[in-house]
Each structure stands twice: as C-alpha cells, then as structure tokens.
Design a protein around this ligand. Structure first.
Ligand code: OGA
Ligand code: MN
Length: 275
C-alpha cells in the first residue's frame, strides 16, 4: 500500500504526488513506487518540499549516482547541484525542447528540479512524452526512423550558456572534453522497454547517413512532432515545488515569459549508454 497518492495530469505524461515528504530517506517500498511512477508518467511533481540542497541531493541519490555538470556553471558551490538563476530567460537554452545533456555518451537518467524563487506569473515548465510522440507516428515513419542514429553536440547549448553569462568556461576546452556523439533516434527505455524519439533542438545536429536535403526535411519534422499538446503537460511552480523527470522518455521546455528573477536548484542523476 502506497504511503502517498498520485494524480495523473494527462493521459500521456505527468503526475502529481501528494503525501510524500522527500526530505528524509524513503522506505524501500516508497522508493520503488516513486520509481515505478516515474517511468510510467515520465515526470512527477511534488509540492511544498521545503528542503535544503543537501536533502535534494540525498533524495536524488536514492535513484542513482549524481551526474556532475559537463561544464562549470557560474553559480553554486557544490558541484552535486546547480543553481539556475535567470531574469531574462529568452534564448538562454532551456526555452527550447530538449532532453538534458544528450551530448554526453551516457546522458543523465533524470533530474530533480526545485523552485527556490519564482516569478509571480510565468516561468512554467512544459514536459513532453517522447514515448507518446513515437507511438503516434505512422508505422511507415516508425520504420523509416528505427535504426537511424543522430549526432548530438554540446556546442549550441554551451554557446547559449556563455552568451547568457551563466558560465565562463572556454568553448574549445569544453568541446574537446565532450566531442560529438551518435545516439539512436529511437531509443529503448531500459526499464519499460518502450521506444521513444530521441532528437532535440538543443543538441541534435544531424542524422547520420542521410543527405543534407534529407536531414533538412526529416529532423525538423521529428522535432516539431514532439511539440504536439497531446504529448504534453505544463507545470505551474510554487516555491518549494519539485519536479523529477525521466530524461530518457521526456523532453522539457522552460517557458521564457517572465522578466523577474527565477531561481531553481537542479540535481542530475547519471544515466547509461543510449540503446
Ligand atoms: C533544466 C531545465 C527548466 C526550467 O533544469 O534542465 O531545463 O524550467 N530547466 O528551469
Ligand atoms: Mn533542461
């Protein structure tokens, strides 16, 4: 019997969890039920979690080791979590559909994001199920994309981070540390076995083995397909709201419709090779 309740936000993605205090270690039953809910709903939301960064890190560690940021952000003192501190978010990177750090050869399994300070209005985050997006493709298009691989490159998100002043790292140094990687366009979830689309606007540059013209046609189509509201939910944050997303089966988009300070703490959980 669950010690918490779960309310799905849509039929494809998102669930709000009530009655679970994530500040202290979960029982093994609760941990397993949270994990089951995460892979079933792709993103979980918890409200009124007045926790410290250390408690947020400890919560995340119950689901896997921490994934350290691929380049040093300007803010934050403990590399186990990063602070997103924004005031004019347009074009800063998170306001494009993406899966976190897909330019890594082993991209994160998930992230735990907590709202520290949020604008009075605006600054919602949208999430999309890339499983629902794949399922909605016609069998002919599924056959076309199954087996293809795409290249993911850190350059674009890194340039955005540098331009926004969120990091002071050297572009060439970080590029050398994180060379472009190829991942399947259609990935198979390690827990559910479900297929999902794995291309995103931030980091995917091109599909391997296709001509430039073919890329110009197919890649934007797949990225746009993910944007259908049928695959999405939208979360309105309160201070101390927490989102925990499965980075393997969801993408997210931070709505850049505010001009006052918004501060979020993020802890990222390491993942594995994309299959
Ligand atoms: C992230 C991210 C979205 C937001 O933390 O990876 O994209 O709404 N954040 O801040
Ligand atoms: Mn992100």
């Amino acid at each position: 019997m669950s010690s918490f309740s779960l309310r799905p936000l849509t039929s494809t993605i998102g669930a709000e969890i009530d009655g679970l205090d994530i500040a202290s270690p979960l029982s093994s039953e609760d941990r397993q039920e949270v994990l089951d809910a995460l892979v079933a709903h792709h993103v979980l939301f918890f409200r009124e979690q007045d926790i410290t960064p250390e408690q947020q890190v400890a919560f995340a560690k119950q689901f896997g080791p921490i994934s350290f940021p691929p380049f040093a952000p300007k803010y934050g003192t403990n590399p186990e979590y990063i602070v997103l501190d924004q005031e004019n978010p347009k074009g800063e990177g998170a306001d494009a559909w993406h899966s976190d750090n897909s330019f890594m050869s082993e991209p994160p399994m998930g992230s735990v994001l907590r709202a520290v300070l949020i604008p009075e209005v605006g600054g919602d985050t949208c999430f999309a199920s890339t499983v629902a997006a794949y399922d909605a493709l016609s069998p002919s298009i599924q056959r076309l994309v199954d087996g293809l691989k795409a290249i993911h490159d850190i350059t674009k998100p890194l340039l955005k981070g540098i331009a926004a002043g969120h990091t002071t790292v050297n572009l060439e140094d970080v590029q050398a540390q994180w060379p472009p990687v190829a991942h399947p366009i259609v990935r198979t979830h390690p827990v559910t076995g479900k297929k999902s689309l794995y291309v995103n606007r931030n980091s995917t540059t091109h599909i391997e083995g296709l001509s430039e013209r073919e890329n110009e046609m197919l890649l934007p189509f797949l990225m746009d397909h993910i944007r259908s509201p049928e695959f999405q939910c939208r979360f309105k944050w309160d201070t101390n709201s927490v989102a925990f997303w499965d980075n393997r089966s969801a993408q997210h988009f931070a709505v850049s419709d505010y001009h006052s300070r918004r501060i979020m703490n993020r802890v990222t959980i390491a993942g594995e090779k994309v299959l």
